[in-house]
Design a protein around this ligand. Structure first.
Ligand code: ZN
Length: 169
């Protein structure tokens, strides 16, 4: 069921709820009600500052972030949803530094909480490579409602797949 492709690992009761929200046509108003405002972090420079501020606040004793940028890359959606494992990817023969943060381009238009969730996720990988208990504990330390926002991000992806957007129409 493609409508539920972002919810494959959820229990049937949750899937049913998601499906009825989608089919009721109220997905957009649900999200808009919960996340009324877009963020204004719309350049790589601002995104770097944003990530660096979060890092300074919560993860002082980790190496400096070398680079933060928005990137058009579909895999990042899967990364965000916690399905990747941490590997150094090979780009044109050069190993990518693990202290770069790449955020999927679609998050430029997303609610701030969702951008924050992704940045928090990437920052947590500075300390924990795997998606284990310690990793999610760290995420929740930086963003207490991390899990709820991650869930809502999946709903947001459904909305985008329907060709809708939250703030531009
Ligand atoms: Zn991850």
């Amino acid at each position: 069921m493609t409508k539920l492709k972002y919810f494959q690992n959820y229990p049937a009761t949750i899937k049913d709820q998601v499906l009825s929200l989608i089919e009721s046509g109220k997905l957009k108003s649900y999200l808009k009600n919960k996340y009324p405002n877009p963020h204004h972090i719309n350049s790589d420079k601002l995104l770097y500052q944003y990530a660096n501020d979060l890092k300074k606040q919560y993860m002082r004793n980790t190496p400096q972030i070398s680079k933060v940028l928005y990137e058009k890359q579909k895999d990042l959606i899967n990364n965000a949803l916690g399905t990747h494992s941490f590997v150094s990817r090979n780009h044109g023969g050069k190993l990518k530094s693990k202290h770069e943060i790449r955020i999927a381009m679609f998050l430029k238009e997303a609610p701030e909480e969702m951008l924050e969730m992704l940045v928090v996720h990437e920052l947590a990988h500075f300390k924990e490579k795997d998606h284990n208990k310690a990793f999610y504990k760290l995420c929740q330390y930086m963003q207490p409602d991390y899990h709820q926002v991650e869930f809502d991000l999946r709903l947001y992806l459904v909305l985008l797949d329907q060709g809708e957007s939250l703030f531009n129409n």
